[in-house]
Write a new protein. Structure first.
Length: 243
């Protein structure tokens, strides 16, 4: 879950942002909405309850950059403003992105994905994954829909455009909020990471071909294209197959 704080003084802008967040494919919770510097500083004295801040530059009582003069912000920020003149100043902070109003849903989604790719690999997310590993299911939220996916049904995991997906044996694809690096340490012996992009289940392999002297091409059920095992992974892959 991404816990979000919104600091914005325009009611219309808040409603627009909240609507887009509700429609997002990611698991998001808006913790609070604030509209002034004073309340923001008071709230941010303890930043442990939030993961990401959406911050307007012009607030009811002045420039939001005044917040940074009063308190050190350690939480990533996505700036949303009607002005493009403050981009350089904004990126001196822990900034993920700088979006101009009127906010567009597609740009917001890209910013959230950018946040996930840069800031969601900290130890806390590994702990959450370890807790999730005790369950037999993934709980996945896609927009307004919640689904459970039995881990035994996962044929392979892959990464594309900095997003991780799982694909079931019957060809259904769902996004996950974990990187392949996180997943590979919590999957059973039936799974193997064949290269930087894929982790596959033993039963997902439909064919193996010799690619070069030291590399193997693997055809995985459900994939439109074959994938090649990296040279450094080939010896371990052969050992895994033998096991």
């Amino acid at each position: 879950m991404i816990r979000i704080l919104i600091i914005e003084d325009e009611a219309v802008a808040v409603r627009r942002l909240e609507n887009f967040l509700r429609e997002s494919e990611h698991n998001i919770k808006v913790v609070d909405v604030l509209d002034c510097i004073q309340d923001a500083v008071r709230f941010l004295q303890d930043q442990s309850g939030i993961d990401l801040i959406f911050l307007d530059i012009h607030l009811a009582d002045g420039s939001s950059f005044e917040i940074f003069k009063q308190i050190k912000i350690t939480t990533p920020i996505i700036f949303i403003t009607a002005y493009d003149a403050y981009a350089v100043q904004a990126f001196k902070q822990l900034s993920v992105d700088y979006l101009l109003k009127p906010l567009k849903k597609e740009e917001l989604e890209l910013s959230i994905k950018k946040y996930l790719s840069h800031f969601k690999t900290d130890p806390k997310s590994y702990e959450i994954l370890a807790q999730t590993d005790k369950s037999d299911y993934y709980i996945i939220e896609v927009g307004q829909h919640i689904r459970t996916v039995d881990k035994k049904e996962v044929a392979y995991y892959f990464s594309a455009s900095k997003i991780t997906y799982l694909v079931t044996f019957d060809g259904k694809k769902y996004p996950l909020e974990y990187s392949l690096e996180q997943l590979e340490h919590h999957l059973g012996e039936q799974y193997f990471r064949i290269n930087r992009q894929y982790i596959i289940h033993r039963d997902s392999i439909s064919q193996m071909l010799k690619h070069t002297k030291s590399r193997i091409k693997v055809v995985v059920k459900g994939m439109t294209e074959s994938t090649v095992i990296s040279t450094e992974k080939t010896p371990a892959f052969k050992e895994w197959l033998a096991g």
